[in-house]
Design a protein around this ligand. Structure first.
Ligand code: PGA
Length: 248
């Protein structure tokens, strides 16, 4: 399966900063293409800049969130069609900051995922447990609940347009990367849950790891069984650091 290396820029970068970083990534990929799929989840205001900078490269632009409606009275929200118009191919749903800082429910994450897929966006659904959930033995329950509510019904058409990013909440932005044993074991659980839900197709859904991925640990992580890609926050803001991770 083709691996996916994805940047999550969160609420960083003006349009000009985004254009410069994306242009540097595109130049590096044009000089030396990668077998991986490369995606940058940019802030809404910078998606068009990133998509333009990536136009003549193998990389693609994505958005960090979406509202599950075609259009309407949803002040402050953004529709799949608006994202596509700006050049987004992918969208993230259920990022831990949306769940735990902005208070998004499992149910809303599920509606966003299903609607974005229906409207033709590729979706990367983020799941992951908090430290107290892991320590109290709830890891599998949490992942099962987030997958059950996040996966759209009738999963047949998911292949090639849906990915799961496993990001332990305690490893995001903390510098505390999950150890190889934890990543290996947890990705095996996610794979099993996907197959329980989707049958054979579950084996062909990419599972990305995210949480304090850096150039120094990316090579080891990407080599683990059932790690089909990486989702990178802090270390993706700098083009060189992101390209080093792509090449790791
Ligand atoms: P981090 O963020 O790499 O800065 O830990 C990852 C993410 O939130 O997707």
């Amino acid at each position: 399966m083709q691996k996916i290396i994805a940047a999550n820029w969160k609420m960083y970068k003006t349009r000009q900063e985004a254009r410069e970083t994306a242009a540097a990534v595109a130049a590096a990929l044009n000089e030396q293409p990668t077998p991986h799929e490369v995606v940058v989840f940019a802030p809404f205001t910078a998606i068009a800049e990133v998509a333009d900078a990536f136009a003549a490269s193998q990389a693609q632009a994505g958005a960090q969130d979406v509202w599950p409606a075609v259009e309407g009275a949803f002040t402050g929200e953004i529709s799949p069609r608006m994202l596509q118009d700006a050049g987004a191919v992918w969208v993230l749903t259920g990022h831990s900051e949306r769940r735990h800082v902005l208070g998004e429910s499992d149910e809303l994450v599920g509606r966003k995922t299903a609607f974005a897929l229906e409207q033709g966006l590729k979706v990367m659904l983020c799941i992951g447990e908090k430290l107290e959930e892991r320590e109290s033995g709830q890891l599998e329950d949490v992942l099962r609940r987030q997958l059950d509510s996040g996966l759209p019904a009738g999963g047949g058409a998911l292949e090639g347009r849906f990915a799961v990013a496993y990001e332990p909440v305690w490893a995001i932005g903390t510098g505390k990367v999950a150890g190889p044993d934890e990543v290996l074991a947890t990705h095996a659980v996610v794979r099993r849950l996907l197959c329980e839900r989707l049958g054979e197709t579950g084996n062909r859904i990419p599972i990305l790891y995210g949480g304090s991925v850096k150039p120094a640990n990316a090579g080891k992580l990407i080599g683990l069984d059932n790690v089909d890609g990486l989702l990178i926050g802090g270390a993706s803001l700098d083009a060189q650091s992101f390209v080093q991770i792509i090449r790791a």
